[in-house]
Write a protein that binds this ligand. Sequence first.
Ligand code: DAH
Length: 341
Amino acid sequence: MEEKIQEIKGQIVSELEKARTSKELFELKAKYVLGKAGIIPGLMKELGKAAKEDRPKLGQIINSLKEWASDYFARKEAEINEMEKNIRYKEETVDITMPAKKREQGTLHPVTIVKSELVDIFAGMGFKVLETQEIEDDFHNFTALNTPEEHPARDKQDTFYINDSFMLRTHTSPGQIRTLTTMKPPFKVLIPGRVYRADDDATHSPMFHQMEGLVIDKDITMCDLQGMLDELVRKMFSKEAKTRFRPSFFPFTEPSVEVDVSCFECGGKGCKLCKGTGWIEILGGGIVNRKVLENCGVSPDKYTGFAFGLGIDRIAMLKNGINNIHILYENDLRALKQFKD
Ligand code: DAH
């Protein structure tokens, strides 16, 4: 028996010295000391088979083996725990001197920035902001807007037709018809959105953005339009900004005007941006043509109104010194990132 015990001790030492992880240690514990299946508890069973007089001595020997093993396992366990803890600390160490990961901050698109500025200004004047459809029919895009059959705007070269009846809207003005036929005057609406024309060069893109304004009430005059636009340019460009009206022609307004703002680059002295004139054209507008009101079932004797339309992309380009509209749509982040609000 004593020999056997020496043998077991030897085995435990050699196996336990090889153990490196708490899992390996646990497996050895199960093999030697745990439960009834363990080798050492198993020795107790053999004790019963020994001669009666030998039992007390053998009992002592087995007990001291048990104590020895439990001490030995405890020491080894502490050692392995310490080792594993050190490994974990090493793995989980955070190097606080490492440079931080660069986080890219997004910016709004220059067209979105200008559109939001305009919407804010007009909403402050009591305008309701609406979006109307991009696919329009001939009635809303042309006919109701008093644009006759032979008008060049209807030219197949300008308009993207979808079929004989439908097209991509060429301007936001059909939004006027959509509101005049559905809303009861008086009202003030602003209709921003995408518009489409078969036109493509440095200052034209087949898709671009416009914003339509329409005010319908009693006794509206050109003075109301001018007063409102003066306020707009003061808010949008600078306190000193002024407007200038030039006579023009649009089928849906009579009289019609083109509106310039005093150059926001040179303040009106004349520079490259305003081509030496001191003025920059920003929109078209006028008094809503009686025929348009009639076409929409609104009495022109009872109501009058003004309308205007502006190009959002054009203003974004002017404000940011962009000379090619395609810069807005090529989605080159190196360019777009430079335009912050
Ligand atoms: N729809 C015109 C265009 O696309 C712009 C415009 C001019 C709109 C005069 C208006 C207006 O509402 O009154 O060129």
